[in-house]
Every structure is written in structure tokens, then in C-alpha cells.
Design a protein around this ligand. Structure first.
Ligand code: XBP
Ligand code: MG
Length: 282
């Protein structure tokens, strides 16, 4: 099946944003008179709960407050999270995060090849738009045919809802699209929606289990910062091109179809791209 769309996760995939999220949470706590402070190791643990509001609720439960205090704290979450979102936007606008290697290149390759772009994220819509505008230009959100954000679905990742929503909006079957993710929760969501998934882990997710991913790379690779030798050897190139991604999709299609005469020719042009589960992020 021809590749029709690339669906990108945001946090960790387009950019390594979690340190900015962590700082924003801590500053919001201070503004709301709370003595909470999330260290990097603590935040790495808390990331097991996706979604900022849900993460705050999970943290409140960890504190095991008496019922009345628990209720009061949970009621304050929307306000704390609003403050956090404002602080995060300011951090992003001030240049605290940049796109990961190869992201801009792959976006451009996709646009040139008429492959649509979409986003399936757990974060707040305004965060996505701020990141896109700051890193890719004022009108860049329009480059994405669909932007699926956290509160547009009932159940956030690892549930597949956000990917199903994006596929519906794109009017494409999962078999014609590829997800790019950075976390085990994201991978689980994308796979449960039937998508071939490429994972580029970050500091925050590097120890997670990606054995179910179709491809794991330390980054997408760029001419200035090509993939390290082991990863480059696995895909037969020192960056992950759109052609290589299309090749993975075709190979998966070919694997799932019954044998047919002449099918081998479908993979022509994608030599050096090997399908299957590969974990090459070290
Ligand atoms: C990212 C998240 C988000 C951000 C915080 O997951 O879980 O919650 O950490 O964003 P993914 P909000 O990369 O899988 O989308 O505070 O706006 O929820
Ligand atoms: Mg992510």
C-alpha cells in the first residue's frame, strides 16, 4: 500500500520537550503556593501517566492525602495546569526547545512527495501550536492536515483513541500511514490502531521496551548529524528517508498479503531497507 501520511507524536518526537514541561510544572506549583517540586528522576517516573492533568492527579494520589484534602487538591488541578500551560508556552517561545534531528528534513520530504502530515499527541493543543510556530514558522500548523491533541479524546495514550481519531480525520486506513513516536505508551497506542511505528527514544524513554516497534533509531538523522554506524547499518543509510519509510510499509504489506506473482517488484527502489523488528538506538 502506498504511504499516504506520516503521523507524528509531539513530546519527545518532534522535540525533546519534557524538561520544559517539568520546569513549567514546578513553576506553576510555586505560583499556586504548593511546595511540590519534581526532580528529573521523579518526573521520569511520573511520565508513566500521560497527560499533564492526569499526571497531577496521579501525583496527588501518591501523596495519600486524607479524603477531604485529596478532593480539594484534585479540584485545583485544572487551575494549576492552566498556569503550567502558560509557563510552558513562554518557555517554548523563548527558545527552550528545538526540533530533533531530521524532523524538519522529513517533514519537507513528505510535503514534496505529497505525503500528508498529521499529529497525534497527548499534550494540550496550544502547546503543539506554540511549538510548531516557534520552530517551523508562524503558519506551520497549516502544514498538518490533522492535529490530534490530548483533550480531543476521552482516553489518552496508551489507548489508541488519538490515532484512530487522526486516521478518521485523514480518511486513511492505518495500513497507508506510519507513526513516529518516542515512548512505549505512544508505541502501544499507535500499534493498537494498526500503524507501522518508528520509535526515536529520548533520555526520558530510552529504557522502555520497544521490542514491538517496527524500527527503533536514536533519531531520524540529518546530514549535519547522521545516524551512528550501528543504526545506519541497520537501515542501510545514515538518515531515515521518506523512501525508506515507504519501503518499510510496502514490506509489511507484502508480508501480510498472500503470495502473488510478481509482487517482488513492488519493493524495487527500497533496497537496503529491511523490514522487521530492529532496535538500534544504542
Ligand atoms: C506527552 C505527555 C504530555 C506532556 C505534558 O506524551 O504525556 O502530557 O508531558 O503535556 P506524548 P500537558 O508524547 O505521548 O503525547 O501538560 O499539556 O498534558
Ligand atoms: Mg511522546
Amino acid at each position: 500500500m502506498r504511504l499516504r501520511a506520516l503521523i507524528f507524536d509531539v513530546d519527545g518526537t518532534l522535540a525533546d520537550t519534557e524538561e520544559a514541561h517539568r520546569c513549567a510544572f514546578n513553576r506553576a506549583f510555586a505560583q499556586h503556593g504548593l511546595d511540590w517540586s519534581w526532580s528529573r528522576p521523579k518526573y521520569a517516573e511520573l511520565l508513566k501517566t500521560t497527560g499533564g492533568k492526569e499526571r497531577l492527579a496521579a501525583f496527588v494520589d501518591e501523596l495519600s492525602p486524607p479524603p477531604a484534602l485529596r478532593r480539594a487538591l484534585l479540584e485545583r488541578i485544572p487551575g494549576i495546569h492552566r498556569t503550567k500551560t502558560e509557563i510552558y508556552a513562554t518557555l517554548v517561545e523563548d527558545g527552550a526547545v528545538s526540533l530533533r534531528d531530521g524532523v524538519e528534513r522529513l517533514l519537507e520530504e513528505a510535503a514534496a512527495a505529497d505525503v500528508r502530515l498529521a499529529i497525534a499527541s497527548t499534550t494540550t493543543l496550544v502547546n503543539i501550536e506554540t511549538l510548531l510556530r516557534t520552530t517551523l514558522g508562524r503558519y506551520s500548523p497549516h502544514r498538518f492536515a490533522v492535529i490530534g491533541a490530548g483533550d480531543q479524546v476521552r482516553h489518552k495514550k496508551p489507548a489508541p483513541e488519538i490515532y484512530r481519531f487522526v486516521l478518521r480525520e485523514l480518511a486513511q486506513p492505518a495500513g497507508a500511514c506510519v507513526a513516529i513516536e518516542d515512548s512505549a505508551h505512544g508505541l502501544a497506542a499507535a500499534r493498537a490502531a494498526g500503524l507501522l511505528t518508528v520509535v526515536t527514544p529520548t533520555y526520558w524513554t530510552r529504557d522502555e521496551d520497544f521490542s514491538e516497534a517496527d524500527l527503533v533509531l536514536p533519531s531520524l538523522g540529518s546530514p549535519a548529524r547522521p545516524l551512528p554506524p550501528r543504526a545506519a547499518q541497520a537501515i542501510g543509510a545514515d538518515l531515515l528517508t521518506l523512501d525508506a519509510i515507504a519501503g518499510l510499509l510496502e514490506a509489511r504489506c507484502a508480508e501480510s498479503e498472500p503470495p502473488a506473482a510478481g509482487r517482488g517488484t513492488q519493493r524495487a527502489g527500497h533496497e537496503g531497507v529491511h523490514p522487521g523488528h530492529r532496535q538500534t538506538h544504542t
